[in-house]
Design a protein around this ligand. Sequence first.
Ligand SMILES: *Cc1c(COP(=O)(O)O)cnc(C)c1O
Length: 372
Amino acid sequence: MTKRMIPVSEPFLAGNEEKYVLECLRSSWISSLGRFIQEFEGGFAKFSGSRHGVAVMNGTVAIQLALAALGVKEGDEVIVPDLTFVATANAVRYVGARPVFVDSEMGTWNIDPEKIAAAVTKKTKAIILVHLYGHPCDMGPILEVAEKHGLFVIEDAAEAHGAEYKGRKGGSLGDVGCFSFYGNKIITTGEGGMCITNDPALAERMHFLKDHAMRPEKRYWHPEIGFNFRMTNVQAAIGLAQLEQIEKFIAIKRRNALLYNSLLQKISGITVQTETPWAKGVYWMHSVLVDEKEFGLSRDGLMQKLKGKGIDSRPFFFPMHQLPPYQGNGSDRDFPVAARLSMQGINLPSSVKLSGDEIRYVCDAIAEVQAR
Ligand SMILES: *Cc1c(COP(=O)(O)O)cnc(C)c1O
């Protein structure tokens, strides 16, 4: 059917992106001052149900900035889901603290709330939650554990712009929400990120730290060591144009998920990511688990067959405890669910541009591979 390879993800840039970027070029406001920064910060924070936005240069430093602003430092421990993108764990290391991994739960594929308390020690300062592939974590019990032990809650919402937990937006439920605007995320600025918070003092501290910790009223006076994590006006220009379309993107992603799920649920050995009753997922990636025994082919085997049919896909992340820098933090036996999800999971084509015909083509291809 299709001649081009159906990609896993490609950005949709047909709104005001070009117009706003041209405005940056023509006005020469291309660095980190300019109208688009504040408009994007304010607009995205508002969209996400939060009061303050602090734009930064990528999602990884957004997490680092949140940790630094909350005072997490060497000698501290931070609870992190074992199954996530490596940036979540690395950001903890960048501030000198130690990530302590917790296994996932089978239903949402997110951190298992029931396994968090056992990982808390005297050194634990914070929990970083990840709303994996766009489905929010079960926040109620997690916030309870955090409150009981006096822990900060950072939401790594890099994959979950606009996702909802009981009607409240992902990123707005903890102390700080961290977002990524990398090219394949729900909205993009090329590279980019943002921290959101309802706490004005924390927002001010993040603005201060991201700009070399310079006192706004005293130029070149730096009372401590800060960072240059600033976003450019050009990135924010793209971001603002993307933000104007975010509701549309999410509606398309949810519609595509319905079609994918209705077609894939019929195939034995394939499990889709389903929405819990309290959640609104944004389906950053349309993801499935492949049970080799039931499906009749391994996950990697299926990916290879799909490639042959012009369909690109990605495996799930490796669990953190398997990566060389984090080996020694546990074994597959300690994280059985994360290990299993990582082995069985695939991200299927997930672009906003994807047509219904392409989704049907992908699902037919999976069914056909099994039939052989
Ligand atoms: C993309 C992503 C990040 C990092 O974002 P960058 O903008 O690439 O630095 C962090 N955490 C998760 C879960 C992500 O998916």
